[in-house]
Design a protein around this ligand. Structure first.
Ligand SMILES: [Zn+2]
Length: 215
């Protein structure tokens, strides 16, 4: 009993420690103030490609630097020269589980910031749609995504939340969540080229993956 309490304590301590931003990350984040956008990194630069392909880790949802990271990421995403509808922290050189998503499913279509987001459930129903990426110049393509997902995350006030998201907004979530695992939409296109899917009807872009054997 005592030992299990000690093990739990150690595991929690380790998780908390790994959530702390490193000195290197802190210096990078504070290299400019919150009115300055981060640079969006590109797959065409080998050093930046490595960051985009790395797996990110959770942060302390109450870290004092999060509002500054969020602001500088938002400015990078909404750069008038190349505005996007979502951005993940690895795209600005930070391998941490953070992203912005535009909520097309909410009135006013607001942009929202997600801390340690996780997709905890996915529908079998798939939606096929065109995607592009701020880190992949001049490339677009059709990707299958789960039509409905259930997500958990922390908001900037440190509240833990759970939500069901559908349709195009769920596509943006899945694209950004993939970034946190080092997966790009082009990787999905390659992976899905061998998929066998069936359209559920001929009018909409909704599909189910064909199964060789019934469950
Ligand atoms: Zn992207």
């Amino acid at each position: 009993m005592k030992r299990s309490i000690l093990v739990s304590f150690l595991l929690i301590s380790m998780a908390t420690f790994s959530q702390k931003l490193t000195k290197e990350e802190t210096d990078f984040i504070l290299a400019a103030d919150s009115t300055q956008m981060f640079k969006v990194i590109q797959i065409t630069e080998p050093k930046e490609f490595k960051i985009l392909k790395a797996v990110s880790t959770d942060v302390n949802p109450k870290d004092k630097l999060l509002p500054i990271i969020a602001k500088r990421m938002y400015l990078a995403m909404r750069n008038p020269e190349n505005p996007g509808i979502g951005i993940a922290a690895p795209q600005v050189g930070i391998n941490r589980n953070l992203f912005w998503v535009q909520r097309f499913d909410k009135s006013g279509e607001p942009f929202e910031f997600y801390i340690n987001p996780k997709i905890v459930w996915r529908s079998e129903l798939l939606r096929k749609g065109m995607e592009g990426c701020l880190s992949i110049p001049e490339d677009r393509g059709d990707v299958y995504r789960n039509y409905t997902i259930k997500i958990t995350y922390f908001d900037l006030k440190g509240n833990f939340k759970e939500e069901i998201v559908e349709g195009f907004t769920a596509v943006v979530f899945q694209h950004e969540a993939d970034h946190l695992n080092g997966i790009l939409f082009t990787d999905r296109i390659t992976e899905q080229s061998s998929w066998n899917v069936q359209s559920i009807n001929n009018d909409v872009n909704l599909f189910l993956k064909k199964k060789l054997k019934p469950n």
